[in-house]
Design a protein around this ligand. Structure first.
Ligand code: NAI
Length: 385
C-alpha cells in the first residue's frame, strides 16, 4: 500500500493531544507527516513544523494558508487532522471538506447540533470522510467487546454503565488558573463543560460497544465548585434504541481518579468490564461460570481485536496505539478508494461525523435536562428522528 500524505492543524508545541496524533498517524508507516498549521501563533507554528521535519513551504502559519497551499498540489494531503480548540472545529472541518479533503476532527466535532448536521450533510454531499476522534474506541479490547456483543456472547444487553471521571479540576484554589477557567466559561466552552469534554467519550464508547444509539436521557448536572457556571459533574440516565438502559457518570472533581474512562456491559448471559487505565485486560464473567481475564494479543480473539493489536501479549499497549488504530482504519479506507477496491470490512470501525453529531445532540439534551431538574428528553439530533 502506498504511503499516504497526512497533515494536521493544531497540536502545536506543548499541546496536550498533538503528540498522540503524530505517534498514532505514523506508527504503522501508513502516513507521512508532510504539512501542518500547528499553532495559533503563525511563527511558532512554522518553526515547530520545521523542527518536526516539515518542508519550509508546507509548514504553514495558519489553516487558511494551509488550505490554499495544499489545494493546488498534486501531492496534497490525503487526510487532515483538526486538533485545535473546540470552537474552531466546525469552521476548519467545513472548509477542508468543501475542498475535497478527508478530515479527522477532534471531539467535540462542533459546538451546536445545527453545525453538526451541516457537517454530516457536507460529508455525505462531497463523499469525503469526516471521522471524529473518539480514539479510545481504537483499543483492541474495546473492539473485542463490541465483537462479543455483536456475536451474541452476552445475549440481549440489559445495562451499560460508563464512567469518565477524573479529579484534575477539583482544586478550588486553582479554579481561576486560565488553563482551567476557560473550560467552565460559557463564552468559550459553550453550554456544557465536563459532559462535552469527557462524558461524550463514555457515551460514544457505550454506543459503539453495544451497537445501539441513545434515544432518551435524563441528567443531574452539578457545579461542585460554586464559582462555576457550567457543570463539573453529571450523572446521566440513558435509554438506547435497541432496548438497553444505561448509566453514565462523568466528573472533573473526583480526586484520586486519573483518566477514569471505564465501561461495563451487562447482558442476559454475562458481564464485561474494561478500564482505560488497564486497557490490556478485559474482565468477562459468563453467567454461572468463573470470572475470566481476556488479555490483549491472546489467541482466539475477534478479527477486529487482532487487527488492532501490534505488540506481543504481555507487553502493554497504550493510548497512542489506540489512536493508531483509527489512523489504520482511515488509511485502509482512503487507500482502497484510491485503488478502486473494497476496503477490509474490519477497518470500518472509525467514528464518523454522524457520531460527532449524535454527541452534540446528547450534550444539548444533558444541559437542558440538567437545567430542568432531570426531566427525560429526546437525545437524538433532529436529522435522525
Ligand atoms: P491545547 O490547548 O493543549 O492545544 C491546542 C493547540 O492548538 C495549540 O498548539 C494551539 O496553538 C493550537 N491552535 C489553537 N488555535 C489554532 C488555530 N486556529 N490554528 C492552528 N492551531 C491552533 O488543546 P488540546 O488539549 O490538545 O485539545 C485540542 C483538541 O483536542 C480539543 O478539541 C480537545 O477536546 C481535543 N482532545 C481530544 C482528546 C481525545 O482523547 N480524543 C484528548 C484531549 C483533547
Amino acid at each position: 500500500m502506498a504511503v499516504l500524505n497526512w497533515g494536521m492543524i493544531g497540536g502545536g508545541e506543548g499541546s496536550q493531544i498533538g503528540p498522540a496524533h503524530r505517534l498514532g498517524a505514523r506508527v504503522d508507516g501508513l502516513f507521512d507527516f508532510v504539512a501542518g498549521a500547528l499553532d495559533h501563533r503563525p511563527e511558532a507554528g512554522r518553526d515547530y513544523g520545521r523542527r518536526l521535519g516539515l518542508a519550509a513551504d508546507r509548514s504553514y502559519g495558519d489553516w487558511r494558508e494551509m488550505l490554499e497551499g495544499e489545494r493546488a498540489r498534486a501531492d496534497r494531503v490525503d487526510l487532515v487532522t483538526v486538533a485545535t480548540p473546540n470552537a474552531t472545529h466546525f469552521e476548519i472541518t467545513r472548509a477542508f471538506l468543501k475542498e475535497g479533503f478527508h478530515v479527522l476532527c477532534e471531539k467535540p466535532m462542533t459546538m451546536t447540533v445545527e453545525e453538526g448536521e451541516e457537517i454530516v450533510a457536507l460529508a455525505r454531499e462531497t463523499g469525503r470522510i469526516c471521522a471524529v476522534n473518539y480514539g479510545y474506541t481504537g483499543y483492541s479490547l474495546v473492539r473485542h467487546m463490541r465483537a462479543m456483543v455483536a456475536r451474541g456472547d452476552l445475549g440481549r444487553v440489559r445495562m451499560v454503565v460508563a464512567e469518565f471521571a477524573h479529579g484534575h479540576h477539583a482544586d478550588a484554589a486553582d479554579a481561576d488558573n486560565p488553563r482551567v477557567r476557560w473550560r467552565y466559561d460559557p463564552a468559550q466552552a459553550g453550554i456544557s463543560a465536563q459532559f462535552a469534554d469527557c462524558g461524550i467519550h463514555a457515551l460514544h464508547m457505550a454506543s459503539f460497544v453495544i451497537g445501539q444509539q441513545v434515544e432518551r436521557l435524563a441528567a443531574d448536572t452539578v457545579s461542585c465548585l460554586p464559582s462555576r457556571v457550567l457543570e463539573d459533574d453529571a450523572q446521566v440516565n440513558l435509554r438506547f434504541d435497541g432496548g438497553a438502559a444505561g448509566r453514565l457518570w462523568t466528573s472533573s472533581i473526583a480526586i484520586g481518579r486519573q483518566h477514569g474512562l471505564t465501561l461495563q456491559v451487562f447482558g442476559e448471559k454475562g458481564g464485561l468490564r474494561w478500564a482505560q487505565e488497564q486497557p490490556n485486560q478485559l474482565y468477562w464473567m459468563p453467567l454461572g461460570e468463573r470470572l475470566q481475564v481476556i488479555e490483549r494479543g491472546e489467541a482466539g480473539l475477534s478479527p477486529e481485536a487482532d487487527r488492532s493489536s501490534r505488540v506481543t501479549i504481555g507487553h502493554a499497549e497504550g493510548m497512542p496505539l489506540a489512536f493508531a488504530n483509527i489512523y489504520k482504519d482511515l488509511a485502509e479506507v482512503i487507500a482502497a478508494r484510491k485503488a478502486g477496491r473494497t476496503p477490509d470490512p474490519a477497518a470500518d470501525l472509525f467514528p464518523r461525523a454522524e457520531d460527532g453529531l449524535r454527541s452534540m445532540a446528547a450534550v444539548h439534551a444533558v444541559a437542558a435536562s440538567g437545567k430542568a431538574q432531570g426531566v427525560w428528553l429526546d437525545a437524538r439530533p433532529p436529522m435522525f428522528r
